[in-house]
Design a protein around this ligand. Sequence first.
Ligand SMILES: [Zn+2]
Length: 229
Amino acid sequence: MKKWKFGLVAGLLLLLPLALSTPTLARAATTATPEATAKPAKKAAKVKPKPHYLIVMGHGAGDPGAHGSGTTEATFLRKYMLPQLRKYAREVQNSTITFYNPRKNLVSDTLFHHQGSYKLSKKTTVIMFHLDAPAGHGGHVIIHKKHPTARDQRLAKVIKKYVGLNRAYNGFSYRTNLKNCNVLRKRGIDYSLVESGFITNKTDVHHLKKNMAKIAKADIEAITNEKLK
Ligand SMILES: [Zn+2]
């Protein structure tokens, strides 16, 4: 019994070098084959990051903006428009929308504290909402480049539908002398500034208040180019 066991173990030990050498030989042979057959697995297709939009409600942080209709631009934008924009921004699937801290002011944060636009990725697109003054009717879009982008055109359409366009601009105004735009322009950040109407014009304010939910939804759709339910 013992002898037989020894013989088996010895036999296995004798076979061992042969078993070990075979794959080594096989490996050596394959290394000579062209690289093409040993291609690494294809990398998974890169997932394109969603476009990011930062919405900035004009003024704030001690800067009331324009006055009119018993309120201020900063208050009106934050009290009436911001909650509706937030509501529809949550429904967006193909883009990311965030809001600039409404207690802060992007312009002063940038100019005096080296924050604000300095903290933004250059891939971010900034959409600013404002109301016009001192006198007039209707809104327009202040644009980043000489000609309006498709997004600017969609935003102007929303104003035209619910409040009306300012006849002085017929939809768009290309400006390079506005502080709130230049803090972005100088850093190469894309933006649109939406003047939704005149805060000093009772009819404009009435239309804005009455249609605020529809305007906010349409603005979010215009910004993202995504249809919401
Ligand atoms: Zn303003």
